[in-house]
Design a binder for this molecule. Structure first.
Ligand SMILES: C[S@@+](CC[C@H](N)C(=O)[O-])C[C@H]1O[C@@H](n2cnc3c(N)ncnc32)[C@H](O)[C@@H]1O
Length: 262
């Protein structure tokens, strides 16, 4: 088993920044065990069936398919979400939006716009069951993933199909959103090419979804958005009349989220 792992990690080095970790996750998946078990079984032989299963997963990763799609799941804060190619793979930096949601007063209502797998909405409701949490999503495939995640996790979020907040008559105390923010025509790494265009591209400068959302949140006390261009997004929020606008950095030090308060 140790040799199979070494060989796979060497092959994955060309397509992944984390080849050893990826190889371990894929082998654990092929064997149906937890990754920690691999250490205990390092000297065991890999049977032909397990070898074939492992090889099939390694080939997918060699073709740059993200590990989360191969495994069909991704951890996000305290929950594990099922993911497939209908939804963006939740990123650690998006947890910032959940942290902002955690500051809301008891019983507040909040909507996650462009919910995708349901990551932000479900993680927030999981940690703050007192909040009234909604999620909107324009793509029916993604919405189906969010609803299936909610059912499987037993977390109650009201998911609705909507273009941003169009047709949603509920008034919210806060709007959170990780809407598409990549500028059209940007060069992206091949693994990101597996993710839906609708989840990635936000017009010529990546800010179109923010521009379209702002008129719909004219009365909302708190708006927090994950963005690519924080400074430009902050200016848009200021122009839209937010009293205070803050830019928050992610763990990598990038300004990633803008927060507007009225
Ligand atoms: C960057 S992904 C984020 C998904 C999820 N919030 C996350 O962070 O894991 C953006 C999501 O917004 C959805 N979306 C794009 N345009 C939208 C619109 N006009 N209204 C609602 N959802 C939209 C996409 O389908 C996609 O699921």
């Amino acid at each position: 088993m140790a040799q199979a792992l070494r060989d796979a990690a060497a092959r994955l080095a060309a397509s992944s920044d984390t080849p050893r970790l990826d190889a371990e996750l894929l082998l654990a998946e092929a064997l149906g065990v937890r990754r920690e078990q691999l250490v205990l079984d390092a000297n065991e032989e890999l049977g032909p069936e397990a070898f074939r299963a492992f090889e099939a997963l390694v080939l997918r990763r060699q073709a740059c398919e993200p590990v989360a799609y191969i495994l069909g799941r991704k951890e996000f804060r305290r929950i594990t979400l099922c993911v497939d190619r209908r939804v963006l793979i939740p990123r650690p930096e998006t947890e910032l939006l959940v942290e902002i949601g955690l500051t809301l007063p008891r019983g507040a209502s909040v909507v996650d716009v462009g919910t995708g797998s349901g990551s932000v909405a479900l993680a927030l409701k999981d940690e703050r069951p007192d909040l009234d949490v909604w999620g909107t999503e324009v793509d029916p495939g993604a919405l189906a993933v969010a609803r299936a995640n909610a059912d499987r996790l037993g977390i109650e979020v009201e998911f609705v199909q909507a273009d941003l907040l169009e047709g949603v008559s509920r008034r919210f105390d806060a709007v959170l959103g990780n809407l598409p923010y990549v500028a059209e025509g940007s060069d992206l790494p091949p693994d990101i090419g597996y993710e839906p265009d609708l989840a990635l591209f936000g017009g010529p400068d990546g800010l179109d979804p923010v521009r379209r959302l702002l008129p719909a949140v004219a009365e909302v006390p708190l708006v927090a958005l994950e963005v690519g261009l924080a400074q430009a997004a902050a200016s848009l929020l200021q122009e839209a009349g937010f009293r205070s606008v803050e830019r928050l950095r992610d763990l990598a030090g990038h300004e990633r989220v803008v927060v507007g308060r009225r």
